[in-house]
Design a protein around this ligand. Structure first.
Ligand SMILES: Nc1ncnc2c1ncn2[C@@H]1O[C@H](COP(=O)(O)OP(=O)(O)O)[C@@H](O)[C@H]1O
Ligand SMILES: [Mg+2]
Length: 296
């Protein structure tokens, strides 16, 4: 059943406000979505060529899924009825369908089921998470590597997006992708905007570490002091190369280094945190270099 592919449980670690990204990323996503939801219902598709779709792309762990899920709440106060619905699709589920079934399931899901969930006309954000699993490039290389069924399914996605663009102007699709090289050109050209969500810079890493330490500070007050410590900036600089998710996790890895800080997290020092971040960042550098070497 296609309805198994729609996730209703959207509990997350972080919310829109806790994602530290360049302001223009959030602004552009929210504006693009709002423009689409406000303008498309009264303007013909032929005039706007707007598909009502945005693609967020960038490295894993940079906040793309969290931003997509948080979008409805950002828009609600601006739309008629003051509510925006969230529907989330898991494309991995689509593609694991039995051989020959994917195309039909895509048709059913995007063409029928999603529009039926939003049949009341309420503005609706549809999250197509990790869309690369669905919209793989139909290049020669990828044709060789992927079963024909996946390509028929990609066609079905494109057809459904075109049809929904014309028939359902109250839908706004946010696709996320952990990479872009393999994204289908025809898919990207249907995106009204493709927005890069970058790895955090030093200032963003500091803000992310501060937020994680600050949250723990409610229970362990000395960690609040670390969160506000001026030296946290220098510590964050050790973390360059880490994504937001790994930067948050590194705080817990630092605690896990020593049984004493496991049992009393308030004993954590900035030195221990810096050492963990440096180790983790070194791992990403090694992985990146290893990847390049292998490719050359
Ligand atoms: N830019 C960021 N700022 C703060 N936290 C982040 C950021 N990116 C990721 N995180 C943390 O990692 C978690 C997972 O992020 P997610 O939205 O799934 O990333 P993506 O979809 O890009 O892989 C978030 O809930 C948050 O705790
Ligand atoms: Mg994601």
């Amino acid at each position: 059943m296609v309805n198994e592919l729609v996730r209703h449980d959207t509990r997350e670690l972080a919310t829109w406000d806790e994602i530290v990204a360049p302001p223009e990323v959030k602004e552009r996503l929210a504006n693009q979505a709002l423009l689409s939801l406000l303008i498309r219902p009264s303007s013909p598709f032929v005039a706007t060529a707007l598909h009502g779709m945005c693609t967020l792309y960038g490295p894993p762990g940079t906040g793309k899924t969290t931003l997509a899920r948080g979008l409805p709440q950002q828009l609600a106060s601006y739309v008629p009825g003051r509510a925006v619905r969230l529907i989330e699709i898991n494309p991995h589920g689509l593609m694991s369908a039995e051989h020959g079934q994917s195309q039909q399931r895509v048709d059913e899901l995007l063409g029928d089921y999603i529009p039926s969930l939003a049949a009341d006309g309420m503005p609706t954000v549809v999250v197509l998470d990790e869309v690369e699993s669905m919209a793989v490039a139909r290049s020669a290389a990828s044709l060789a590597a992927n079963p024909a069924d996946v390509h028929r399914a990609t066609d079905a996605v494109l057809t459904a997006l075109d049809r929904n663009a014309q028939l359902h102007p109250h839908l706004f699709v946010v696709a996320t992708s952990n990479f872009t090289d393999a994204l289908d050109e025809a898919f990207l050209s249907r995106s009204d905007a493709a927005i890069l969500v970058p790895l955090p810079d030093a200032a963003a890493l500091r803000a992310i570490l501060r937020s994680t330490l600050g949250a723990l500070g409610d229970t362990y007050p000395t960690l609040r002091r670390l969160a506000d410590h001026p030296d946290l900036a220098a510590v964050a600089a050790q973390a360059i190369g880490l994504d937001g998710r790994r930067a948050r996790k590194a705080v817990f890895q630092a605690l896990a280094r020593d049984r004493a800080t496991v049992l009393s997290p308030g004993l954590l020092t900035l030195e221990a945190l810096a050492a963990t971040l440096a180790d983790e960042a070194a791992l990403t550098t090694t992985a990146a270099t290893g990847g390049r070497d292998a490719a050359n």
